[in-house]
Ligand binder design. Structure first.
Ligand SMILES: NC(=O)c1ccc[n+]([C@@H]2O[C@H](COP(=O)([O-])OP(=O)(O)OC[C@H]3O[C@@H](n4cnc5c(N)ncnc54)[C@H](OP(=O)(O)O)[C@@H]3O)[C@@H](O)[C@H]2O)c1
Length: 294
């Protein structure tokens, strides 16, 4: 596993980190111990950054349980999605309890909700030494203008955005500004809707998970190429699976600090961690992938 610095925070994050939204929900419903095995396998293979949210059903609670006795090996990122200061405080207090920790490494404002009101609350926790860094998340491109405005206030250490072979809408303005201001970038949804089977979504908050028409086309092309065994062409770059190709592609962007990827399967961790082998994806391999979905 290779590590990168998260912008100006100085935190060293594993290039591949673990997301916990839909997958921990699905897995937790059947067998919570499966999620705990996934977290332990991730730690054992060098993943040190875990992304959660109070909006991800059982995720914070299960992650907290999984990290018991191993908290020192992990950096915890979670979120706050609250309409006002009081709701933000209540949510953050619940997060400490669920995560079984007295310090959150990165607290992100989920989908930018009430960011102007919620930021001073998080800053208060920072002053108390209970939160280390503040981040923003946004998955809707129509709100990117708001993200740019917030980033320019210099109050935020990271942004978490959708970035993949098929969705590069953040590259126009968000990633260049992040680079200019040394704000860390966490890339998400590199695989979902492209290779992974879509997971049932129960909440309107997750509508943004729906693929774009370009995403649908890309998904079809990738699946056809996979069925025809065409990904074997990438073996000479050390790529053993289509998922690794997508992760390596995302890691190629110089602004990206870590790719957060979720899984409900223990064996997937080894496959995904192998994408971080210190070798940048060669430009002809990138071009091959881009042509495939064009
Ligand atoms: N703040 C936000 O608004 C926001 C939005 C999106 C995501 N996120 C964060 O980012 C994390 C990741 O995003 P995501 O869960 O939407 O998408 P993702 O990580 O791109 O996709 C997850 C899906 O991909 C599958 N998968 C993982 N590795 C694979 C591989 N090598 N080959 C084929 N399939 C693979 C998993 O299924 P298996 O169980 O089969 O492995 C899972 O269903 C989330 O869990 C969350 O923590 C945040």
């Amino acid at each position: 596993m290779q590590y990168r610095t998260l912008g100006r925070t100085g935190l060293r994050l594993s290039e591949i980190s673990l997301g916990t939204s839909q997958t921990f929900r699905v897995a937790a419903r059947d067998d919570e111990s499966q999620c705990i095995r996934i977290v332990h396998e991730a730690l054992d293979r060098g993943i040190n950054f875990f992304d959660s949210s109070p909006s991800y059903w059982e995720s914070e609670r299960v992650l907290g349980r999984a990290l018991e006795g191993r908290r020192g090996e992990a950096l915890i990122a979670t979120k706050v999605r609250a309409e006002d200061e009081a709701a933000a405080r209540a949510s953050i207090e619940r997060s400490f309890g669920h995560l079984r920790t007295d310090m959150i490494d990165l607290l992100q404002i989920h989908s930018m909700l009430a960011w102007r009101e919620v930021t001073p609350v998080i800053q208060e926790y920072q002053r108390q030494g209970r939160v280390r860094f503040i981040g923003l998340t946004e998955d809707k491109p129509e709100n990117f203008g708001e993200v740019l405005t917030a980033m320019r206030t210099e109050d935020y250490d990271s942004i978490q955005v959708l970035y993949s072979l098929a969705d590069q809408r953040c590259c126009e303005k968000l990633l260049p500004l992040a680079q200019e201001m040394n704000i860390g970038v966490l890339a998400v949804r590199t695989i979902l809707n492209l290779l992974a089977d879509k997971v049932a979504r129960a909440s309107p908050a997750h509508r943004a998970a729906e693929p774009t028409p370009q995403g649908e086309r890309a998904r079809e092309r990738l699946r056809e190429a996979q069925a025809r065994g065409e990904f074997a062409a990438l073996e000479r770059y050390g790529i053993q699976s289509p998922g690794q190709a997508l992760l390596k592609y995302a890691l190629n962007h110089p602004a990206v600090s870590s790719v957060i990827v979720a899984t409900g399967k223990v064996e997937r961790i080894a496959e995904n961690v192998a994408a971080s082998d210190g070798r940048a994806l060669a430009s002809d391999a990138c071009a091959w992938l881009e042509e495939l979905i064009a």
